[in-house]
Design a protein around this ligand. Structure first.
Ligand code: SF4
Length: 97
């Protein structure tokens, strides 16, 4: 389901939610995936490393974590793009809260 030109974020989310409710089999399919013990161990180590970075970012302050620049403009322009483009200027951030 794609975004229509006149969709705002809330309209799009509501349309997707309604479609998921009406056609759950389209969105949720049972899959069997082989995951070895080694793959599971690697996954766990990667998750732990990421969680440690998030905890460190929380301890150091609000602008200490990576930006996800692949999501700035898609599917919608991020509400925080002005703040991000200005290095996390708190005056701009405060406008959003
Ligand atoms: S503009 Fe939004 S999506 Fe892009 S890096 Fe900043 S917070 Fe993340």
């Amino acid at each position: 389901m794609g975004k229509k030109d006149n969709d705002d974020f809330v309209t799009f989310i509501k349309r997707v939610a309604k479609d998921v409710e009406e056609k759950p089999d389209h969105y949720f399919k049972p899959l069997f995936v082989f995951i070895s013990d080694k793959m599971m161990e690697t996954f766990t180590q990667e998750e732990n490393a990421l969680m440690n970075e998030i905890y460190t970012a929380i301890e150091q302050g609000e602008s200490a974590f990576y930006k996800n620049t692949q999501m700035c403009l898609k599917p919608f322009t991020c509400d925080f793009i002005d703040a991000c483009a200005n290095g996390g200027d708190t005056g701009l951030l405060l406008k959003h809260f």
